[in-house]
Design a protein around this ligand. Structure first.
Ligand code: DP6
Length: 362
């Protein structure tokens, strides 16, 4: 079992003056939700997600060795332009990982990043963004220490991404990723995401996720604040137990392909997440009237057609519509006919299960 200490960089076997890498990392959608955390980004309960394919952050990291060991600094470009307001979150990420990657202090970095989804879509880019940065950092580390194994490379990348944003550790490698210790998945860890190792039933091949953009505005309450409100939350302990149960149930469902049970677990998880928000102190609501209209339409469509389509929600108003590939035509027609009216400016994004981060340039 790896511990935090195993991720501390020991010593260089190589020198590196400068370089450039580029990675893309996808967003992911949780089926069993992470909501609540302990110190050092350790999750209060385990979670599992589908990795997405089209919604990605692409990040290029350029670095040169500094002459003197002065203060750590970096330049940040978003869509080619300097973006000061993204810097504090990235600086915090670097500060959290220095302990594990001390060599970072020897370099000056330029981070050049963009998303493949519209910036103001209300889709969180912290998971894909932090994962893409962590992948680049590990490419640098791999040059300093070429003997590291592939397993270690991806585990440490996920470990670092987690320190940037919890859900980012599920955007490193694999189509279905588990994060957080759970008895039914022996290799699971609180420190990094692991690829779901059992054989996934063919019902889930190319599973579709159409993201309905209900509200593209800035969220009133950030996830970080929401997680914090799970401390002293009246239902927290029971919720954390439920997430453990749902994880072991969904493990079986992913293996046996039972879509009715899949739908039940996934929709219940989404509504439970939002129930936790509504029962926090202070309480808050991130769903919008159109979120509920969409949910009701999906239920009606499913009852009438028996097509196994369901919804899930992130910490926001947008709705992820999940369904198998073999009903894509029927569901897209339904979305166009009945759900697009509830999307801001009629916008939605078609995505599906992907396989994780990809190296673009080294
Ligand atoms: C509702 O990973 O964004 O999407 O660790 O504070 O950065 P931080 O939070 P974040 O929380 C995401 C919560 C969620 C559920 C999930 O993805 O599991």
């Amino acid at each position: 079992m790896l511990s935090e200490k195993d991720f501390i960089f020991k010593n260089n076997s190589n020198e590196l003056e400068n370089g450039i890498f580029q990675w893309s990392s996808p967003s992911n959608i949780a089926l069993v939700k992470y909501w609540g955390k302990k110190e050092n980004q350790v999750p209060a309960n385990p979670s599992i997600s589908f990795t997405l394919n089209n919604c990605k952050t692409v990040t290029k990291l350029t670095f040169v060795k500094k002459e003197t060991n002065n203060n750590f600094a970096f330049d940040l470009l978003f869509e080619g332009k300097s973006k000061e307001d993204f810097k504090p979150k990235i600086l915090k990420f670097f500060e959290r990982i220095f302990e594990y990657c001390p060599y970072l202090k020897d370099y000056h970095f330029t981070i050049d990043t963009h998303n493949t989804f519209p910036h103001s879509s209300g889709i969180a880019s912290s998971a894909s963004g932090m994962a893409a940065l962590a992948m680049n950092v590990m490419s640098l580390e791999k040059i300093l220490n070429p003997s590291m194994s592939d397993d270690y490379f991806y585990q440490k990348a996920s470990f670092l991404a987690r320190l940037g944003s919890g859900s980012a550790c599920r955007s490193v490698k694999g189509s279905v990723v588990v994060w957080g210790k759970n008895d039914s998945i022996s290799e699971s860890s609180d420190l990094f995401g692991v690829e779901f190792s059992a054989t996934i039933h063919e019902n889930f091949n190319n599973y579709q996720d159409t993201i309905l953009l209900v509200d593209k505005g800035e969220k009133q309450v950030s996830s970080t604040v929401g997680h914090d409100l799970m401390h002293n939350h009246p239902y927290a302990e029971r919720r954390f137990e439920q997430a453990h149960d749902n994880l072991s149930k969904i493990k079986t469902v992913l293996e046996n392909g039972n879509l009715d049970e899949f739908i039940q677990i996934v929709e219940s998880e989404a509504l439970t997440l939002h129930s936790m928000m509504m029962t926090s102190m202070p309480y808050f609501i991130l769903m919008k009237p159109n979120t509920l209209k969409i949910i009701n339409k999906i239920w009606k469509f499913r009852t009438e057609t028996k097509i196994p389509v369901c919804f899930t929600l992130d910490a926001g108003a947008n709705v992820h519509v999940l369904y198998p590939e073999n009903v894509v035509n029927e569901v897209l027609q339904f979305i166009k006919n009945e759900l697009v009216v509830y999307c801001q400016n009629g916008h939605y994004i078609c995505d599906e299960i992907g396989s994780g981060s990809q190296l673009i340039m080294q």
